[in-house]
Design a protein around this ligand. Structure first.
Ligand code: DP6
Length: 402
């Protein structure tokens, strides 16, 4: 029989982030502590986000989790680590709180539903947005405040950076218990309004080698990775921080490309080697360098994570011309009008001398589509009850209503 106590239901959304100084490698697998600090840009949730609802009720007999409409195995270690960590923080808080505003009992079970508005596991950091959203939503539901880096990190390292908007550094920390391995804002979302981001979706398929397994092999076998973490990243982080604070696009762009290239070099230095880039990714790299060479300055930068999709940074005044260059190099095969999603970009024709400078044989369909976006805010609580993915019975709403 249902109890008189209504469930606690909370829905939040969280953003994707893209690292410009990459995290690759853990010094502690269990606590998810990295071998180097990293720095990222939070992307706008209007284009890419995860939405998560958590419901806590006396009536639930077990913890349950749905992702994009599919029920998941709740025993997954990372999910368990996040749940345990949030309940530990809630317990700690409870012991210091008066009886008035007590959050739901920790003995009650939780139901969680999560949904992405972009392809999962397409190399678009869906796990980062997903675990940041899980940590943030559970924290609201259990009345936990304070730093949530550890909860998000235990799900996926890069997820702690999605807990803030704008530009974010995940400090590796030095403590063995990881308490100082936290994400901190470097500059807010409003800091660099001219900055634009284009995601060139090359493939929406699942990646062959996940980040966790990939970086583990790299830590075990790549001397280059060790060198990178110890001798390269610390200087780059300082320099990247300066470029962002001074809005120095050329510096930011060059460092972003170099760091992406070094990350992929460490993947090739891993044994057996890992390659996340494909022919189209390499074409995009050439396109960017030729575009910049034609202009005699660095107007566009690329970065690639553990997959073939490119994330491009540029400034407002260059977006239209660069999108035209992508269309020229990768003519859309079908649905030309759906090639560009997200923020509108005015169509422009490419000057003949730029076409000549690009000098690339067009590859029809190489880029499937472009998502045009910008820097965005951190996680948000969605107050409108219509946003809830779970009904009052704690079961999936959209699916059960469909
Ligand atoms: C290449 O955060 O996905 O995107 O901590 O094992 O879940 P786990 O790895 P994950 O790795 C991200 C790697 C990267 C670089 C980055 O985002 O910094």
């Amino acid at each position: 029989m249902a109890s008189a106590e209504p469930p606690v239901v909370v829905t939040c959304s969280a953003p994707v982030n893209i690292a410009v100084i990459k995290y690759w490698g853990k010094r502690d697998e269990e606590l998810v502590l990295p071998i180097n600090s990293s720095l990222s840009v939070t992307l706008h949730q209007d284009q890419l986000k995860t939405t998560t609802t958590a419901a806590i009720s006396k009536d639930f007999s077990e913890d349950r989790v749905w992702l994009n409409g599919q029920e998941q195995d709740v025993r997954q270690p990372r999910l368990q680590a996040c749940l345990q960590e949030i309940r530990r923080l809630a317990r700690k808080r409870r012991s210091t709180q008066d009886g008035e505003s007590l959050p739901p009992s920790l003995s009650y079970k939780v139901h969680v539903a999560s949904e992405n508005n972009f392809p999962t596991a397409a190399g678009l950091a869906s796990s980062a947005a997903g675990y940041a959203c899980l940590a943030y939503t559970l924290a609201r539901a259990y009345g936990v405040d304070g730093d949530l880096s550890e909860v998000a990190r235990r799900g996926s390292g890069s997820a702690c950076r999605s807990l803030h908007g704008g530009f974010v550094e995940w400090q590796m920390g030095t403590r063995a218990d990881g308490k100082d391995s936290v994400a901190q804002p470097v500059a807010p979302e409003s800091h660099w309004p001219q900055l634009r981001v284009l995601i060139l979706v090359v493939s929406a398929d699942r990646k062959l080698m996940g980040s966790t397994a990939g970086m583990q092999t790299s830590v075990e076998t790549s001397a280059l990775l060790k060198f990178r973490a110890e001798a390269v990243v610390p200087t780059r982080l300082r320099e990247m921080g300066r470029c962002i604070l001074e809005r120095d696009f050329q510096g930011f762009a060059q460092l972003t490309m170099k760091d992406s290239n070094q990350f992929h070099a460490t993947c090739l230095d891993t044994f057996p080697p890992i390659s996340y880039l494909n022919d189209t990714s390499r074409r995009i790299i050439h396109l960017v360098h030729r575009f910049n060479a034609h202009h005699g300055q660095t107007k566009v930068a690329y970065t690639f994570d553990a997959g073939p999709n490119a994330v491009i940074f540029t400034l407002e005044d260059t977006v239209a011309e660069f999108v035209a260059a992508v269309r020229h190099s990768f003519p859309p095969e079908a649905n030309g009008d759906k090639f560009l999603k997200g923020l509108p970009v005015a169509p422009v024709s490419l000057p003949d001398e730029l076409k000549t400078a690009l000098a690339l044989e067009p590859i029809p369909g190489g880029v499937k589509y472009i998502i045009s976006t910008q820097v965005g805010p951190g996680p948000q609580v969605l107050d409108d009850p219509k946003a809830h993915l779970l009904g009052p019975d704690g079961l999936l709403r959209s699916r059960s209503a469909a």
